[in-house]
Every structure is written in structure tokens, then in C-alpha cells.
Design a protein around this ligand. Structure first.
Ligand code: PFF
Length: 477
């Protein structure tokens, strides 16, 4: 650890002194970053747009075949270099112990990842603002039981919010400030402590709500929709969307897991950590589907980013103790969104500290200002920018699609290339097999094969199929 990295001008420890206090703390932070809004907000609407079960099948396959190997690769790069993404890739080019030297055909994945982080964190803040708004609606009792005149209409509430750009921008800014206050406190005092009480409560509440949702009448249709793979319903861009969503939900492709990996204690075995985070995240998305689909299948207009906000309040309004469960649920959903945002911000702040040699406090300020400026665009999507649309999609949806379906897979490809061509094979082998177990010895070749071949080929295929779909649509009538 170099001396110049030891303390900030405000007396707080700088980044490289940070490590997770416990291995469990790392799991909770990684899982809460993965939990976020991706499972409850994004998974249901992307699955609905892509016809249900076949997409879920594709998504699970992509998660295991390329999501898990890349997650392991990111954590490994972070742990070996002890840097955030931008500096980590620089180090991979020069450090003799870690690097195969400069190889033509690779480019630095760090800046692309950092830019993606900024894009995602800013529109993520807008959706987190929606969660805050719904939380307040429940807390102030504005959503009464269904059928009661006092009860606010869910669709109307959503529409009024979307048409109010100023309010969305305000809520997004509040969210950014809250997230950065935690990030400013550092790893153990902020992120780890935060995640350790938030994650268990969230999982428990979800379990309670799933039981309620499954008893709400549409269970059989919902299960069929989510798990029966009818491949004829897949669009040409379904593979690309599945890849993008896997990257989004596992928080990979943006360097967040490189940063989290850089705080791991040396004894942590990365493949096991990556495996646990992936499996838990997949289980939670399946559970989120069980929660949302039984309610959303009955809605007339059921797609788009508003799906969760249209369906869930209906279920909650219908409950005996709806107020209490509604408030608790939106508190947890908000905490999930906050945990994911904290991961994104931590990654950005780590990059700024290392690249510009700023202390943590200044890096936090700078990140906050840029993120608030970026958030203005998606926040105005339903008001001042409502006239801008491509193929019926709003600015927010286009932003989501560009960042998740295009930028994340490209960045993932760059990560695969970096691990394949720049990370010294002997360093990767030693790290992967550090637990001396015969299982990991034999899994190493599979991991390498997935990173070298399967990842790049599947990501390339996703882009190619999307392109074919476009051409067919443009020229095939
Ligand atoms: N994984 C988060 C979610 O599912 O909501 C979103 C996210 C967090 C994406 C961190 C990327 C990231 F680096």
C-alpha cells in the first residue's frame, strides 16, 4: 500500500485502506448490489416484452454460461490489482506479475465501464425516485383499499409523476445525495453496515408478499407464463436483451465488481463467492416474477418500465394490512435501489480517487454533480422531452436500452478480452485454485473456456441476431 494513499484531506481513510470487515459483509454488499431494482423492476417488464418463459430460459442460461464467468473475472481483476476498473486495467498492462504485457487487439475496458456506470446510475436514480414517490404515497395513506373513493388511482398517480419532470428530477437528486452520503463514509462504515441489515429484511418481506400474490387467482397462468418456454415468442433481439439484463442484474460490465473485488481479503475464494452471488440473484429474480406476474397478467396495459408500479400497489391495496406491508415493501425496494446505487457510485468514486488523485470527499462531490446533471435527461423523459421517441419508446426507455443492451455487453466483451489476453494465465490459475480443492482445479478449464470462447461468441451472436431482426423489419416488410 503506498503512503500517498493512506489518508484523505478530511482525515478519513482513503480507498486502498478499505477492505470488507467480514466475508459475509462482502456477500451482503454484492448481493444487495445485485438485488437492486433489476429483479423487481426490470426483470418483469423485460420478460413481459419478450414473451415470458422462453426469455427466462435464455436469461438463466446466459447467466450461468457467461454472467458467472465474467463476474468471477471481474472480482479476480479487482482482487489481484487492488484497484477500481480504470486503474486496474492500466495495471494489467504494466505489472510484470499480473500482465502478459501489451497485446495488440485489446483496449482498455476501464473508461467504457466508467462511462456506463454514469449512464446507468443517472437513470437508475430517476426510477429510484419513483420508488420514493410511491413509498410516500403509501406512507401518507394516499393509496386506500381498492374500490374506496379515497383511494388514489395507481395509474393516475404514475401518470402525474411522469408528467412532472421537476418532481422526478428533485426525487432523483435526493436519491443521489442519500447514496453519496453512505459512499462518503467508506466501505465498512457505509456500504457493509448498510447491506447487513437491509438485505435480510428485504428477502423476508418478499417471501411474505409472494405468498399473497400466489393466492391472488392468476397463479397457474403466471407460472405458465414465467416457466413454460414457448420459443416462437422470442424476438430477434431477445438474446441481446437477455445478455444485457444478466449484466445489469449481476452488476457486471461496469467495474462495480472489480471495485468490490479490490476490497476482498486475500483469503476469500473468488469462484465460490461469484457462484453464490449468481445463484442467489437468479433465485431472487424467479421469486420476483412470482410476485409480479400473478398481478400484472390481469392488467390491460402491462408492459414497459411502469409495470412494477402499476401492478404491485394493486396487490398491496388489496391486503388487509396493506398500509403496513406497502410501506415496508417500498422501504425495502428503495433500500435495494439505494444499495445498488451505492455500488455504482462506489465504483465511480474509486475510479476518480485513483485516476485524478483526489481524496474521497472531493471525489464524492464531483461524482454527485455530474450524476445530477446526467439525471436531468431521463427525468424529463415524460414531460419536456415527451415529444422525443424512437419506435414508440420514450427517452428513458431508449436510455435504458442503449446502456443495458448495447454498452454493457460491449464492456463485457472488453472484460473477456482483457482476462484472455492481458491477465497472466499463471496469476489467474493461482487465484482461481487458491482453495486447493479438486473441484476448483477441474473447473478452471471450464471458466477459461467460457471467458475465452463462450462469452465473446454469445455476445457477438446477440448483436448479430439483433441486426438481422432490424434488416428483416426494414426490408422484409
Ligand atoms: N444490479 C443492479 C440491479 O439489479 O438493480 C443494478 C446495477 C448495480 C447495475 C450496479 C450495474 C451495477 F454496476
Amino acid at each position: 500500500m503506498s503512503g500517498q494513499e493512506s489518508t484523505s484531506t478530511f482525515g478519513r481513510p482513503l480507498l486502498r485502506q478499505n477492505v470488507w470487515a467480514t466475508r459475509f459483509g462482502f456477500y451482503l454488499a454484492a448481493i444487495s448490489s445485485a438485488l437492486g431494482l433489476g429483479n423487481l423492476w426490470r426483470f418483469p417488464f423485460v420478460t413481459t416484452e419478450n414473451g415470458g418463459g422462453a426469455f427466462v430460459f435464455l436469461y438463466f442460461g446466459v447467466a450461468i454460461a457467461i454472467g458467472l464467468p465474467i463476474l468471477i473475472g471481474e472480482l479476480m481483476i479487482g482482487k489481484l490489482t487492488r484497484r477500481g476498473a480504470v486503474a486496474a486495467f492500466r495495471r494489467l498492462e504494466s505489472d510484470e506479475d499480473l500482465s502478459e504485457g501489451h497485446r495488440p487487439g485489446t483496449f482498455r475496458a476501464g473508461p467504457l465501464a466508467a462511462f456506463g456506470c454514469l449512464l446507468i446510475v443517472s437513470y437508475y436514480a430517476v426510477v429510484s425516485g419513483w420508488v420514493l414517490h410511491f413509498l410516500m404515497q403509501f406512507a401518507f395513506g394516499n393509496f386506500g383499499p381498492l374500490g374506496q373513493a379515497s383511494g388514489h388511482d395507481v395509474d393516475l398517480t404514475l401518470r402525474l409523476l411522469q408528467e412532472n419532470g421537476g418532481m422526478q428530477f428533485g426525487l432523483a437528486s435526493v436519491h443521489i445525495v442519500i447514496a453519496l452520503v453512505v459512499v462518503a463514509r467508506g466501505v465498512q462504515g457505509g456500504i457493509e453496515r448498510w447491506a447487513s441489515w437491509m438485505t435480510p429484511i428485504f428477502v423476508l418481506l418478499m417471501a411474505v408478499l409472494v405468498m399473497k400474490s400466489l393466492s391472488s387467482g392468476q397463479t397457474v397462468e403466471a407460472l405458465r407464463f414465467q416457466f413454460y418456454p414457448d420459443f416462437s415468442r422470442l424476438n430477434w433481439n431477445a438474446l441481446q436483451q437477455a445478455i444485457g439484463h444478466v449484466f445489469f442484474t449481476l452488476s457486471i460490465g461496469l467495474g462495480t465488481m472489480v471495485t468490490f473485488g479490490s476490497y476482498l481479503k486475500s483469503e476469500t475464494h473468488i469462484p465460490s463467492a461469484g457462484f453464490r452471488v449468481t445463484v442467489l440473484d437468479l433465485v431472487i429474480s424467479a421469486v420476483a416474477g412470482l410476485l409480479v406476474f400473478p398481478v400484472s397478467l390481469g392488467l390491460s396495459a402491462s408492459g414497459g418500465p411502469e409495470l412494477l408500479f402499476r401492478s404491485l400497489p394493486r396487490l398491496l391495496q388489496d391486503l388487509q394490512s396493506g398500509w403496513f406491508v406497502g410501506v415496508s415493501f417500498f422501504v425495502c425496494l428503495y433500500l435495494g435501489a439505494l444499495a445498488a446505487s451505492i455500488g455504482l457510485f462506489e465504483s465511480l468514486v474509486a475510479n476518480i480517487i485513483e485516476v485524478f488523485r483526489l481524496d474521497r470527499d472531493r471525489a464524492v462531490w464531483l461524482t454527485g454533480l455530474v450524476a445530477v446533471a446526467f439525471a436531468a435527461v431521463p427525468a424529463l423523459s415524460g414531460s419536456s422531452l415527451s415529444h422525443v421517441s424512437v419506435a414508440g419508446r420514450s427517452v428513458l426507455e431508449i436510455w435504458d436500452s442503449l446502456a443495458v443492451n448495447w454498452l454493457l455487453p460491449m464492456s463485457g466483451l472488453a472484460f473477456c478480452l482483457a482476462v484472455t489476453r492481458q491477465l497472466k494465465a499463471s496469476a489467474a490459475t493461482a487465484e482461481f485454485q487458491s482453495d486447493d480443492s479438486p473441484i476448483t482445479q477441474s473447473l478452471y478449464a471450464h471458466w477459461r473456456f467460457a471467458i475465452v470462447w463462450i462469452g465473446p461468441i454469445v455476445i457477438g451472436l446477440g448483436f448479430l441476431l439483433t441486426l438481422i431482426g432490424w434488416l428483416l423489419k426494414s426490408f422484409g416488410g
